[in-house]
Design a protein around this ligand. Structure first.
Ligand SMILES: *Cc1c(COP(=O)(O)O)cnc(C)c1O
Length: 814
């Protein structure tokens, strides 16, 4: 590894010549990206091997984080940062006339996730490695990640995200570690020495090929980085199946069908966020991950030569939401059928090994699979699920002999459906929610019965974000300022960021944060100006809502308020307000019509507002297409205001809220998810809290009593704004396009309480306008946000998972 700028430059130049046969003058940005990432990957290789040897020598307990999604984004910049060579490389390239940030733009985002859940998995990978834990990711190498969004005439258009087109410099294909995954077939039962034996016949086998990506931990003052592995599986056909298909009456063409069906397993990520997707292929993906993952975990374990009773001492398996729940019956199957354990011992091993994170209480997101589907695709696994259910219900009937309803509600298999959350709870020793409020709702309401049955299993682990990507990499100037004022210890002890609070009233510190914010706003402004050929006012308040588009996240509330502001300015062009630039970014699931109409509405409003000479100096609206990790890294450091306005009780945690806080934006938000914990630290003075509380919302759901039309009838502002959705006027001239939005509020009684919260939200924005005028106070609030945000570093979250759930200790401490 190079240790100075000069040695970097000479190695880099050698590589340009030897790998590309070009001179420095001839290389493109893409060439530089390829050379640079290859250099980093190769030099990481040695430390990667060293970390793995260390695990083996110490027989360290390993945690495996199973997730159908890893929204990792780009790796070059973060890898340079974590390896401690970012500055050397940046300055070395500068000497050669190359800008590192331009080189970073060459990398395709690894968008193997939908939103928060996948991004959490990526942040956790970074923290596990940076803290020196033996913790690995296990996922699917989708050929196509989340679709690329284009906006055409205001509408979302989805294009395939062919992120692997130019190859992936970070992955290593490991043919030597491939495993077979089996689908379908039928189960035969034999009796041997008085025991039943089960075997699967006429199944369809597929290869699972691992592609390993090194997860490079933050080096800090250590000798070298700790490196874990993110293992992503790809499905490939087995040639062996060709002879099988011809012997069983098939032919070459049915082999081609087989080929195609196998390739589809790891072809694309389901673009649904928090809505349950019920397709057979999705179930195949889930089992593919669980089966391949378990085989590779157990292969490593087998080398220790221990009995399987010791498994929970050496292995922890964590499932990110219910998507990988099949790992529970699959591990049972292996222990029962292949390792010869009896049921009770096997079940004890499984439950001591597996732990589960719940991510949502939205009922449409709770996974249920039709029993016939599971039985046909996974016949032996299904038998085991039935047996788990029979024993589980038997135990419940003993415990609650007079409460058959309770037993029916808690059953794992009921009404010809397998309830994955119930299976996950029954088969795990730990069930955690992702913010204090969310965990309370699970315990007190959604999973009350399970909490009463297993009170010790339930716990909270509030989500977190890696401050290395979301502060040090995304906002290097602010990171530098923090280090200049309190030293660099915060980097490995992020909670010590509170140290900057002592400068919150220091005029020169305040002004430096203001200057950094302005610089970031100018950078974002030039990105927007170049891409969309528009003008952005960097003296305005940047007010940002970026996240998946979903009714419960209430982008609709935001845009209604913007329409209201538009009306106010039109009615009084001299209105005294600080100019405001509203920025949106959001992908909608392709089949989610309401969400797509909301995108269209935002774009229609933007089009009117930005082109109206009466308002465009005060009010601008921009919808930035294709919200992704790399775009988030550009937008968030530039935000003054962070919109976290979900209907209280609906957003399990949120992590976008934490990223904005860390970058000094002030939050306008409801008391939902982790906003509640932000508010506990910041108080009313440093946040703009508004709207219904979670218990009020849940009481309305339970007892009724909310009537959206009453509010509409009694508030002329709301009437004016809502009517514009269905009348010909500035926002729509083609009939009916926003009817669905109008009807969802007024005909379907506003499930997410948009009208109920409208007035309070409008008032909160008045307060923001007033607060922003008091520059010193605003900067002080911003500094409070930055200082307290260290509490939301995923390093702290992972520390809690490690000690309280997984029972692992760092192998090498920072
Ligand atoms: C952090 C992040 C999210 C999650 O945002 P929320 O506001 O918590 O929903 C989604 N997508 C991307 C690209 C992110 O970086």
């Amino acid at each position: 590894m190079f240790t100075s700028k000069e040695s970097f430059k000479s190695i880099f130049q050698d590589n340009v010549v030897s790998k590309l046969g070009k001179t420095l003058e001839e290389v493109s940005s893409e060439d530089v990206y390829t050379i640079l990432s290859r250099m980093i990957r190769e030099s990481a290789g040695k430390e990667w091997a060293a970390t793995n040897r260390e695990f083996k020598d110490n027989e360290e307990k390993q945690v495996y984080y199973l997730s159908l999604e890893f929204l990792i984004g780009r790796l070059l910049g973060n890898n340079l940062l974590n390896m401690g060579v970012l500055e050397i490389v940046q300055e070395g390239l500068e000497d050669l006339g190359v800008s590192l940030s331009e080189i970073e733009e060459q990398e395709a985002d690894a968008g193997l996730g939908n939103g928060g859940l996948g991004r959490l998995a990526a942040c956790f990978m970074d923290s596990l490695a940076s803290l020196g834990y033996a913790g690995h990711g296990c996922g699917i190498r989708y050929k196509y990640g989340l679709f690329e969004q284009k906006i055409v005439d205001g509408n979302q258009v989805e294009l395939p995200d062919n992120w692997l087109q130019k190859g992936n410099e970070w992955e290593v294909r490991r043919d030597d570690r491939k495993v077979e995954v089996r689908f379908g077939g039928n189960v035969q039962v034999h009796e041997k020495d008085g025991e039943l034996e089960f075997s699967l016949h006429d199944y369809e086998g597929v290869w699972a090929i691992p592609y390993d990506v090194p997860v490079i931990g933050y080096k800090g003052n250590k000798e070298s980085s700790h490196m874990n592995t993110l293992r992503l599986w790809s499905a490939e056909p087995m040639r062996e199946m060709a002879s099988r298909s011809s012997s069983s009456g098939g032919n070459y063409y049915s082999y081609l069908d087989y080929n195609r069906s196998v390739e589809s397993i790891s072809e694309f990520l389901y673009p649904d966020d928090s809505q349950y997707e019920g397709r057979l292929l999705r179930l195949k993906q889930q089992y593919f991950l669980c089966s391949a993952g378990l085989q590779s975990i157990l292969r490593t374990y087998d080398k220790l030569g221990l009995s399987y009773e010791e498994l929970p001492k050496k292995i922890a398996i964590h499932i990110n939401d219910t998507h990988p729940t099949l790992v529970i019956p699959e591990l049972m199957r292996i222990l029962l059928d292949e390792k010869g354990y009896g049921w009770d011992t096997a079940w004890e091993i499984v439950t001591k090994t597996v732990s589960y994170t719940n991510h949502t209480i939205l009922s449409e997101a709770l996974e249920k699979w039709p029993t016939h589907m599971v039985r046909e695709l996974l016949p032996r696994v299904y038998m085991i699920i039935e047996e788990i259910n029979t024993r589980f219900c038997g135990m419940l009937m003993d415990k609650y002999p007079n409460d058959p309803d309770r037993v029916a509600h808690m059953a794992i298999v009921f009404d010809d459906q397998v309830k994955m959350a119930h299976l996950a709870i029954a088969g795990s020793h730990s069930i955690n929610g992702v913010a204090a409020l969310h965990t309370d709702i699970l315990k007190q309401r959604e999973m009350k019965n399970f909490y009463e049955l297993y009170p010790d299993r339930f716990n909270n682990k509030t989500n977190g974000i890696t401050h290395r990507r979301w502060l040090m990499h995304a906002n290097p100037e602010l990171s530098q300022l923090v280090s200049e004022s309190i030293g660099t210890r915060w980097i490995t002890h992020p909670q010590e960021m509170v140290g900057i609070l002592k400068y919150s009233e220091d005029a020169s510190f305040q002004e430096r944060t203001a200057q950094i914010k302005l610089n970031n706003k100018q950078k974002l402004a030039s990105y927007i100006e170049q891409k969309y050929d528009v003008k952005v006012n960097t003296d305005s308040i940047f007010d940002v809502q970026v996240k998946r588009l979903h009714a419960y996240k209430r982008q609709f509330l935001n845009i209604l308020h913007i329409i209201h502001l538009y009306h106010q300015i039109k009615a009084m062009p001299s209105l005294d307000m600080v100019p405001r630039t509203f920025i949106f970014g959001a992908k909608a699931a392709p089949s989610y019509y309401l969400a797509k109409s909301t995108i269209k509405l935002i774009n229609s409003v933007a089009n009117v507002v930005n082109n109206d000479p009466d308002v465009k100096d005060k009010l601008n609206v921009f919808f930035l297409e294709n919200y992704s990790v790399s775009l988030a890294e550009k937008i968030i450091p530039a935000a003054d205001v962070s919109e976290q306005i979900s209907t209280a009780s609906k957003e399990a945690s949120g992590t976008g809220n934490m990223k904005f806080m860390m970058n000094g934006a002030l939050t306008v938000g409801t008391l939902d998810g982790a906003n509640v914990e932000m508010h506990e630290m910041l108080g009313d003075n440093n946040m703009f809290i508004f709207g219904l509380h979670a218990n009020q919302v849940m009481d309305y759901y339970q007892h009724g009593g909310y009537n959206a039309r009453d509010i509409y009838n009694s508030d002329s502002r709301i009437q004016e704004v809502m009517n514009q959705l269905i009348e010909r006027g500035p926002f729509t001239n083609h009939n009916n396009e926003f009817d669905i939005l109008y009807r969802s509020i007024l005909d379907m009684n506003d499930e997410y309480f948009v009208l109920k919260d409208f007035s309070a939200y409008t008032e909160a924005h008045v307060q923001i306008d007033l607060a922003y005028r008091n520059r010193k106070e605003w900067l002080k609030k911003s500094i409070h946000n930055i200082g307290h945000s260290g509490k939301f570093s995923s390093d702290l979250t992972i520390g809690q998972y490690a000690s309280e759930i997984w029972k692992i200790k760092p192998v090498d401490r920072p």
